[in-house]
Design a binder for this molecule. Structure first.
Ligand code: KIV
Ligand code: ZN
Length: 511
């Protein structure tokens, strides 16, 4: 008999706390649909009290997701809990996840509350949450640096109040597997009625041990793992879903539990999250990195050819590699296009949006004759970006580079319906384009990151560009895709400027 290990995905909440990774409602909906297809048990869709935009996104996700529970985070105060409760109301299965810090350092310096006050608030928050759902999770923030006796006391109190899942976070990524496993063993042994609740682990990756720590917790009784796709998340990120799930699946000999994840959906989900957030995946990243299943050395290649298991502990196809079939080309019609979008879980808003996306598809198919799923995802992202308040719109652009001559670029932008043109020189064509845009926009932003990735292989592949800009303490990522990487760069830069212009302020849950 194996236990069920609950996979709680927090890509849309903790993942979104990565610098510049904030997503639009449409982007979140696309990821949520894919997470449901992947088979995650709980989708933490956001932090409802952060902003009206966050609230709206959670509500929309709660309206469409049927197989996974939809959860909202809430600090342990009445306003947050009620916002979370309202946001998850349409969900078939809804959860409220409330938390308060329990370590001396957080209680004294951040909350300025005594232990008694913290326990009272936690209990009260659980009771407010129970007015909306009977699926209530409580987290003791910074549990890793909390006193064990105090953790036992607060967990006992929230179980009595009705919490059904108890989450133990390593908020600052401080633990190591041996100690983290031991923490679970002790808590489960000491907290009264610990067998009536699900114990959950939530680990950050500051010392590179988030997945290892999560697995140590599972070996000591945790039956929920909180994780994100590609390990996205605050600072060094969270435990990565793909690593945890594949460790459990590959080492069935040592774990007495199993997940409900359809592992063949791992790579498509990873690519979608990377493309939407603009966080590229390092090639040597476990499971989802481009080299994760590539054998370079002759000895390894020889071994794999003779007997695959000599050097492979997992099969690439089991995690979804090789699934990017050539789907369409220049002669594909609207019906095939629509059907493929549907299979990818992409829902466009009305006939006009389908027509616009189809027109873009035809343009792309003229430049690139094999269109893959990843191209379609990028195309839809571009289409959605164009619909999100396009204050600055690219009318046309050109760039010229030649050996021995300084590259030059010309750009024409439409700003509030009025066209403006600028010419600039730069170290390269991308630099020249950005300078030309800046001559018009004068954004006063700082460029934190510029990266280009090929979406598929081949020299006719689309380049996907991410531009991260900062201004006045705000950080945004802009994305653009095109077979011409200079055009993709201009699109990404303008996308970031438009996001800054839209300026939706959000509160951070842990502040
Ligand atoms: O890292 C953390 O402690 C969190 C909590 C809100 C669960 O993200
Ligand atoms: Zn966290």
């Amino acid at each position: 008999m194996t236990d069920k290990l609950i996979i709680f995905d927090t890509t849309l909440r903790d993942g979104e706390q990565s610098p510049g990774a904030s997503m639009t409602k449409e982007e979140k909906l696309r990821i949520a649909r894919q997470l449901e297809k992947l088979g995650v048990d709980v989708i933490e869709a956001g932090f409802a009290a952060a902003s009206p935009g966050d609230f709206d996104a959670i509500r929309s996700i709660a309206e469409v997701i049927k197989n996974s529970s939809v959860c909202s985070l809430a600090r342990a105060n009445e306003k947050d809990v009620r916002a979370a409760g309202e946001a998850i109301k349409p969900a078939k299965k809804g959860r409220i996840h409330t938390f308060i810090a329990t370590s001396p350092i957080h209680m004294q310096h951040k909350l300025r509350m005594s232990e008694d006050q913290v326990v009272e608030r936690a209990v009260q928050a659980v009771k407010w949450a129970l007015e909306y759902t009977d699926d209530v999770e409580f987290s003791a923030e910074d549990a890793v640096r909390s006193d064990m006796d105090f953790l036992v006391r607060i967990f006992d109190a929230v179980i009595k109040a009705g919490a059904t899942t108890l989450n133990v976070p390593d908020t600052v990524g401080y633990s190591i597997p041996l100690l983290w496993g031991d923490r679970f063993k002790q808590l489960i042994a000491r907290v009264p009625n610990s067998d009536k609740v699900i114990w959950s682990t939530h680990c950050h990756n500051d010392l590179g041990m988030a997945s290892a720590n999560s697995l140590a917790a599972v070996m000591n009784g945790a039956r929920q793992v909180e994780c994100t796709i590609n390990g996205l998340g605050e600072r060094a990120g969270n435990a990565s879903l793909e690593e945890v799930v594949m460790a459990i699946k590959t080492r069935r000999d040592i774990f007495s539990c199993d997940t409900g994840i359809d592992t063949a959906q791992i790579v498509p989900t990873s690519k979608l999250v990377s493309s939407i957030t603009g966080y590229p995946i390092q090639p040597n990243k476990a499971i989802v990195g481009a080299n994760a299943f590539a054998h370079e050395s002759g000895i390894h290649q020889d071994g794999v050819l003779k007997h695959r298991e000599t050097y492979e502990i997992m099969r690439a196809e089991d995690v979804g590699w090789g699934a990017n079939k050539m789907v369409m080309g220049k002669h594909s019609g609207r019906a095939a296009f629509r059907a493929r979008l549907q299979e990818l879980g992409i829902v466009l808003d009305g006939e006009e949006a389908v027509n616009a996306a189809f027109a873009r598809f035809k343009e792309l198919a003229d430049k690139k004759h094999e269109i893959f799923d990843e191209d379609l995802q990028a195309l839809v992202s571009d289409e959605e970006a164009a619909q999100v308040s396009e204050h600055y719109r690219l009318v046309s652009m050109g760039a010229h580079s030649e050996t021995g001559v300084l590259p030059v670029a010309r750009v024409i932008l439409s700003i509030g319906g009025k066209e403006q043109q600028a010419d600039a020189q730069g170290g390269g064509p991308v630099d020249a384009i950005f300078k030309a845009i800046e001559q018009i926009v004068k954004s006063d932003t700082e460029l934190l990151l510029y990266s280009v990735n090929n979406i598929t292989s081949g020299t006719d592949a689309q380049g996907e560009v991410t531009v991260r800009l900062a201004k006045g303490g705000r950080v945004v990522n802009g994305q653009g895709a095109d077979t011409d990487i200079v055009t993709a760069s201009a699109k990404a830069y303008l996308n970031a400027l438009n996001k800054l212009q839209a300026g939706t302020e959000r509160a951070h849950p842990q502040v």
